[in-house]
Design a protein around this ligand. Structure first.
Ligand code: PRP
Length: 215
């Protein structure tokens, strides 16, 4: 039976397609895509959709996509009605707490303000520490918010650290590491079990190969 796969477009896209290539799949259409959004694999009984990260979860939860590739950041913030079956170990970065150096969040008294694109992740983090925070939802360029005095600090994704450095912010703590995961629709895992297991086995062998070349 054919498997449909929701891929997160943008930052993760290139690495995901490279992994599918390594599996020996026919990803030509994904590499010369123009403005198309649905792509047929030329070697396997697979169909790909390119979607935004949050939508990847939505399509998988509704079973429109049998499987999806999406960052752990989005999974931590969003839905939960799926199986997360494989860490693809690409798109590696981490959630951090950062602020201006003089703004020592952890030693402040009273409520602090945190700017973030990830309110749930931020709330959970400070709740665990018993800290009183007001979360301010920001949609992008989160690093700007403490510079302009909108908040005392941020919870955001750091990959190379360049954005923080160039804006004079320092890392105060790591919340957790992030990488891309394979998620699977619950019904698809019953009805297309063998296809899903074959896909996982293919991807897993690439994960292992990549880990060896990284050493
Ligand atoms: C992400 C993140 C940081 C930046 C981190 O933003 O929110 O701003 O990347 O990367 P770095 O540590 O390598 O500098 P993104 O570029 O996805 O866009 P956004 O600011 O619009 O969210």
């Amino acid at each position: 039976m054919m498997l449909s796969m929701a891929l997160t477009k943008g930052r993760l896209e290139k690495n995901t397609v490279a992994m599918l290539d390594e599996c020996g799949y026919g990803t030509e259409a994904l590499k010369n895509k123009g403005r198309a959004l649905v792509f047929k694999d030329t070697k396997k009984d697979l169909e790909y959709f390119l979607v935004k990260a949050n939508d990847c979860i939505t399509y998988v939860e509704h079973g429109v996509a049998d499987v999806g590739v999406v960052g752990k950041d989005t999974l931590l913030e969003g839905g939960k009605d799926y199986y997360e079956l494989l860490d693809l170990e690409i798109g590696k970065c981490r959630f951090i707490v950062a602020s201006l150096p003089q703004n020592d969040l952890f030693n402040k008294t009273g409520q602090i303000k945190i700017g973030t694109k990830y309110p749930k992740v931020a709330r959970d983090y400070f709740l665990q520490r018993g800290m009183d925070v007001e979360i301010i939802k920001i949609d992008g360029s989160v690093e700007l918010s403490p510079l302009l005095g909108l908040c005392d600090g941020i919870v955001d994704i750091m990959e190379t650290g360049t954005t923080l450095r160039e804006n004079g912010l320092v890392v105060l703590d790591t919340v957790c590491p992030i990488s891309a995961r394979l998620i699977v629709n619950k019904a698809s895992f019953r009805l297309k079990r063998q296809e899903v297991l074959d896909l996982i086995a293919d991807l897993e062998s690439v994960v292992m190969k990549n880990a060896e070349t990284d050493q």
